[in-house]
Write a protein that binds this ligand. Structure first.
Ligand code: NIG
Ligand code: FE
Length: 416
């Protein structure tokens, strides 16, 4: 049994209440045994039976639930730095995609990469994410777009789930774009997805979810509906890339098919917001992607006011969001989307876990949940997201075991 005390603030982030209710405890202690949390509360009230637990000193830091990045494209071949410059010079994301760049370019590079190469590269990303306090990561396929490479990407995730500590939640995104070889046979590609790939991925338990990119350059809502219904029939949770570059009915479709989340939503319609609120679909905001594409972000305030839970994630990918810095995404959600630090944190913990269907296990610090947490070198959540630093995380614990940094070590800039 272990007890962490001398915590200046502990944000439990339990579900109760709304977006801004993170249920903070000042002067807190946290008790866990094995991989489960036993108790959380004010230090002065630690129950007798836990007082003999092995003690660790948080040195006046902030404790938050392990961060949940509920939208990444973690494994891919190559990079696309030249497109970064092309966009700066004025070409649009869709222009570049039309000329064979964008997703199609990463597909070519990913098909050339071995399972070994893809795993090694993604493993490096996960190590750095862990050091930032991230303990659960959703990871999409979608840069293979043929049977062999899509399965290779999902096998990379299966292997990494065994070999390293970050909890992985794989999603099948065969519907990221129609691959070049099917350009004149869209229906044929959709048939391949619906009749072969989705059933196989589900049968081999290679993914927990199924995602579709609904966009002019990718799939229409009608095509997406067919693919998502096949995913649902195979027992996969549903999520959508919706209304990112144009308003296309993606949010409405997410509500109609009972998706766990609709992501991006920079161009969401009023009807889409109301439909998502009614259906309880989580809106996943990806402010790094909006920033890199220099477009206004999802209208998070309006979604919150409409009664939608807003999660915040990175969208890490080699094109529109080449960064996996989730704390940076949170600071951007505050400054660009006017989410308070507490609202942003709830979006990367409790609501991100909800978007993955894992709310009963991770995303909040309460008895019975996984002992996944991060010790942050800041006195409280406001200070942490206001004073952005490359890495304010002192230690990351997954399943009760310290996996990055040093728990109980002193440090940096906590004003005392
Ligand atoms: O989430 N929107 C679609 N997919 C990614 C971009 C992928 C890419 O550019 O490679 C996204 O932004
Ligand atoms: Fe994405």
């Amino acid at each position: 049994m272990k007890l962490l005390d001398n915590i200046s603030q502990l944000a439990t982030c339990r579900a109760e209440g709304g977006q801004g209710d993170i249920h903070p405890i000042a002067g807190a202690a946290l008790v866990w045994e094995g991989n489960r949390i036993l108790w959380v509360g004010p230090e002065a009230e630690v129950p007798e039976e836990f007082r003999g637990a092995g003690r660790m000193d948080a040195q006046g830091g902030l404790v938050i639930p392990g961060l949940v990045d509920c939208h990444t494209h973690l494994a891919f071949g190559g990079w696309r730095a030249e497109e970064f410059e092309q966009r700066i010079r004025g070409e649009s994301y869709l222009d570049i995609a039309r000329d064979g760049g964008g997703i199609a370019r990463t597909v070519r590079l990913t098909r050339e990469a071995s399972e070994e190469e893809l795993a090694l590269k993604a493993r490096g990303f996960l190590d750095e994410m862990l050091s930032l306090g991230v303990t659960t990561v959703e990871c999409k396929s979608g840069y293979g777009l043929d049977q062999e490479t899509e399965l290779r990407l999902l096998r990379v995730y299966r292997r990494l789930a065994r070999e390293q500590p970050v909890r992985l939640v794989p999603t099948f995104l065969g519907a990221h774009q129609v691959p070049a070889e099917y350009r004149d046979d869209r229906a044929g590609y959709i048939r391949l997805l619906v009749e072969e790939l989705i059933p196989r991925v589900a049968r081999e338990d290679l993914a927990a979810g199924c995602d579709v990119f609904v966009e002019q350059s990718a799939f229409t809502p009608a095509e997406a509906r067919e693919i998502l219904l096949a995913g649902r029939a195979a027992g996969l949770a549903l999520r959508l890339h919706a209304d990112q570059l144009s308003s296309g009915g993606g949010a409405e479709l997410a509500a109609e098919v009972g998706a766990l989340s609709a992501d991006h939503l920079e161009h969401i319609s009023e009807r889409g917001m109301a439909a998502m609120a009614r259906a309880g679909v989580v809106a996943v905001s990806l402010p790094l992607a909006s920033l890199y594409l220099a477009q206004p972000p999802m209208p998070a305030r309006r979604l919150i006011e409409a009664g939608v839970a807003v999660a915040v994630a990175t969208d890490f990918n080699p094109g529109s969001a080449p960064s996996y810095h989730l704390p940076l995404a949170l600071t951007l959600a505050c400054t660009l989307q006017r989410m308070t630090p507490a609202e942003a944190l709830k979006g990367a913990t409790c609501y991100a876990a909800r978007a993955l269907g894992l709310e009963s296990q991770v995303g909040s610090l309460e008895p019975g949940k996984a002992a996944d947490f991060a010790l942050i070198d800041a006195p409280d959540v406001n200070h942490w997201l206001y004073h952005f630093r490359p890495n304010a995380c002192r230690a990351t614990v997954v399943g009760g075991t310290s996996r990055a940094g040093v728990l109980g070590d002193g440090g940096g800039d906590v004003p005392r």
